[in-house]
Design a protein. Structure first.
Length: 180
């Protein structure tokens, strides 16, 4: 994330925020979607590390241009309020995002356990409670589902940013603004 934020900071004057943020979200979405596809019971550390790094890099690309976009047209006296609102939004948004993804994962895990136990019962080996193997398989399935949801959220965010963030000229300088 830190490396990508540095790359983004160096290019903030050359690349419009809508494009750099959209690219970052699309890269993160690709990383999360890749994670969804490689998340299996036999996946090794490197198999998961590479898409995780890609998703992290994409997230890092968004921080600097989003921050500058959020506070670019704020009067000096309101800069503290704008900055506080931005920080609060990031914290609340992160909490809500995590809650949504954990809900997706938990629901998928529960549904998968039910599915596997039903299949076992139909094959003549009913279980009183899920075995560790069933729980492990369901957990991997659930977290892969959460990564898929994260990918979809990132791709939707990339499209929204392209539509909502525009460039307008104020006082001879191009500054990003959010369309209303």
């Amino acid at each position: 994330i830190g490396v990508a934020a540095q790359v983004s900071a160096r290019n903030v004057g050359r690349i419009a925020p809508r494009f750099s943020v959209s690219a970052g979200l699309a890269i993160s979405g690709a990383g999360f979607f890749w994670l969804h596809n490689v998340m299996t019971l036999d996946a090794d550390y490197l198999t998961i590390l590479v898409p995780l790094l890609l998703a992290s890099f994409g997230i890092g690309l968004t921080f600097v241009p989003l921050t500058l976009t959020a506070i670019s047209n704020v009067e000096g006296g309101d800069a503290g309020v704008a900055s506080g609102t931005l920080n609060t939004s990031q914290q609340v948004g992160g909490s809500i995002g995590l809650a949504v993804l954990v809900t997706v994962a938990t629901t998928a895990i529960t549904d998968r356990i039910t599915e596997l136990m039903t299949a076992a019962a139909m094959s003549g080996t009913p279980m009183m409670k899920p075995s560790p193997a069933v729980i492990l398989e369901a957990s991997v399935f659930g977290w892969a589902s959460a990564f898929q949801a994260a990918a979809l959220i990132c791709f939707a965010g990339a499209l929204l940013v392209l539509v909502l963030i525009t460039r307008k000229v104020h006082a001879g300088e191009a500054q990003p603004t959010v369309a209303h």
